[in-house]
Design a protein around this ligand. Structure first.
Ligand code: BMA
Length: 339
């Protein structure tokens, strides 16, 4: 592994401001249709109700088996509603299922409400690479696809408002030839209409994240605060000495969660970042069960009226978990990135 850099293990503790909900808030047992892995869920709060769009990988959880068709694993997106953000009712059918002769599946949704519509960003496996897709919907039943990036790109999240007159998204291209392996960074692009994207620029490079030696990717639509845009991201560290974890024969990665602050007017500028992870895998659901253990993957973050931030993240690529933290303590963690 060309770029392997061992990271000091003492960095890997969860920040003291984080309170985890003790059990996952969604698993395959909550889903009224075929389901094995329910994870990577975008979450919104609108008119006092919580809305979740989650990735649903079809299979048999108990048998540790995913079902596949002639093109590969079967994935759709499920929709769930909740009054408290903890207890979820899953709709009777998946809300989004993209596949044809070229497209294998759509997955890892993030959701933003903007201009009176829901906009979901999702990754798309195709026969010719991984693309980042965006679709809008007024009712979460009918979707209009607005754009699909060129390969390879994914982990797109749309900001909840226009900045400088344009829509803005964070994204994570995967430059395998020019960057030295799996060293992938967080980027940003702008668009006047959600269709044409440009003015692309680097936001955060992996080498500037001390708890990462592999790749990072944006997590959830950023939260606007007086100090800047609060953004959550996943950060991966690899250790070739790690062996089998979860259902996979070999899994040497650990996914932790990081937090940073972006400039309000130019969100390509990082003005704060925690030098340590915000959340690291701990306990049974995060370290022992699931498809890939040691994998935390945040796709939802929202601010409550009492200034508590809720973070929705997946554990083990299998279940959706939730943690909370006071906004001011999260902001205090985002110290000057140059120091
Ligand atoms: C990433 C994506 C995610 C997944 C994560 C952890 O590369 O495939 O869908 O949750 O790995 O396994």
């Amino acid at each position: 592994m060309a770029n392997f850099r061992k990271i000091d293990e003492s960095l890997f503790t969860t920040a003291s401001c984080i309170t985890r909900h003790p059990t996952p808030v969604l698993s395959y047992k909550d889903v009224p249709y075929q389901s094995a892995l329910t994870f990577n869920a975008g979450v919104l709060k609108k008119d006092g109700k919580y809305i979740m769009i989650f990735r649903n990988d079809v299979g048999d959880f108990e048998a540790q088996r995913l079902f596949a068709n002639e093109k590969g694993c079967i994935t759709n997106l499920g929709l769930a509603f909740s009054d408290d953000g903890v207890h979820w009712n899953v709709e009777p059918e998946p809300c989004f299922d993209l596949h044809d002769s070229e497209i294998v599946r759509a997955y890892d949704p993030r959701v933003t409400f903007i201009d009176g519509e829901y906009c979901i960003c999702f990754a798309v496996d195709t026969r010719h690479g991984v693309r980042g897709g965006m679709a809008v919907s007024k009712d979460l039943k009918h979707f209009e696809i607005k754009s699909m990036s060129v390969p390879d790109n994914r982990n797109m999240v749309l900001f909840p408002e226009k900045i400088g007159g344009n829509y803005v998204r964070l994204e994570r291209p995967m430059p395998v030839y020019s960057r030295g392996g799996h060293v992938f960074d967080m980027w940003l692009s702008e668009s006047p209409d959600l269709v044409y994207w440009g003015k692309s620029r680097l936001v955060l490079a992996t080498e500037d994240v001390p708890f990462c030696n592999d790749k990072i990717g944006p997590g959830a639509p950023p939260i606007k605060t007086e100090k800047g845009w609060l953004v959550i991201f996943h950060a991966v560290d690899v250790d070739p000495e790690r062996g089998k974890h979860g259902w996979e024969p070999k899994w040497q990665k650990r996914y932790t969660i990081g937090i940073a602050l972006l400039d309000l007017n130019d969100p390509s500028k990082v003005i704060g970042m925690s030098k340590r992870p915000l959340i690291v895998p701990e306990g049974y659901y995060e370290m022992e069960q699931g498809f890939r253990t040691n994998a935390l993957f945040p796709c939802g973050m929202l601010l409550e009226e009492d200034d508590t931030v809720r973070i929705y993240y997946s554990a083990g690529d299998a279940v959706v978990c939730m943690a909370t933290a006071p906004l001011d303590e999260l902001l205090a963690l985002c110290t000057d990135p140059r120091q």
